[in-house]
Design a protein around this ligand. Structure first.
Ligand code: G3P
Ligand code: MG
Length: 259
């Protein structure tokens, strides 16, 4: 069985689009990421009450929109007109919560490679939302393009996806590195490990050598979130880290003109 690999050379991944420079998870943010020269963006997605997959980080609407309440309990008809940009800056007041399908279409047009993070499903045992998710991918991400990297903190979600399509390129998202992390990666043929930089580092800057030996030398890409300091990013790359997620890609880009 061959796991499809995404496009190589991902060193800097715009976090939630480019969350330090434009409202997170919006079309404006993805366009800006492209203008800033990025090749990769991460974004979060989850289904709303009526089943549409939208690109949105939180469980609730208050922080990043003018709506309120739980996203999972709100029908799409009540989400689609919300202002998802003013909270960041009034110049973005026309930004909406995008559908996953719209984001994929936009990224194809921009030639940006996606890391799609699936946020916690209320009932991961129930396969229908993930079947819908894969249908959206099939319709909006051409087979001729390198496949998206799909990640989640929720192991049952990753396992259910693997069962639905064993060739998917899956990233295992964790906060810290645990003794069984490598075994989970191997036995499920995950593609990459995505760790919280603050939890995997001893002394704040050095990736714990256990994790590095296990993960990088076992051949798995190691991706760290969220890194906004270029010196720190440089240190991570020197230690064998494959990529960092960053909100402030302008700072990082100035230090790594080759990315
Ligand atoms: O996918 C990496 C990172 O985005 C995970 O944390 O909360 O920003 O989605 P969060
Ligand atoms: Mg995320």
């Amino acid at each position: 069985l061959t796991i499809l690999s995404p496009a190589p050379s991902f060193q800097i991944i715009g976090h939630r689009g480019v969350a330090g420079l434009a409202p997170e998870n919006t079309l404006a943010g993805f366009k800006l990421a492209k203008q800033r020269g990025l090749n990769w963006v991460e974004f979060d997605t989850q289904p709303c009450l009526t089943g549409e997959w939208v690109v949105f980080h939180d469980e609730t609407l208050e922080r990043t929109t003018n709506g309120f309440g739980s996203l999972a309990k709100t029908p799409y008809a009540n989400l689609q007109h919300l202002d998802a940009g003013s909270w960041f800056n009034f110049q973005y007041h026309q930004e909406r919560i995008p559908l996953l399908s719209e984001v994929l279409d936009t990224l194809i047009r921009l030639n940006l490679q996606p890391n799609i993070e699936i946020k916690g499903l209320s009932n991961p045992q129930h396969a229908q939302p993930l079947i819908n998710f894969l249908q959206i991918l099939n319709h909006h991400w051409p087979k001729s393009s390198p496949p998206p990297l799909i990640s989640s903190f929720d192991l049952p979600t990753l396992l259910a996806l693997k069962k639905l399509d064993p060739r998917l390129c899956l990233g295992y998202l964790v906060e810290g590195y645990q003794p069984d992390t490598l075994e989970i990666m191997r036995s499920n043929e995950f593609f990459s490990l995505h760790c919280d930089a603050t939890h995997i580092c001893s002394s704040g800057t050095k990736v714990s050598s256990d994790a590095l030996l296990d993960i990088v030398r076992a051949g798995f890409p190691l991706l760290l979130y969220t890194v906004n300091d270029p010196l720190l990013a440089q240190m991570f790359f020197e230690q064998g880290v494959t990529a960092v997620f960053s909100d402030l890609t302008n700072l990082i880009a100035e230090s790594f003109p080759h990315y």
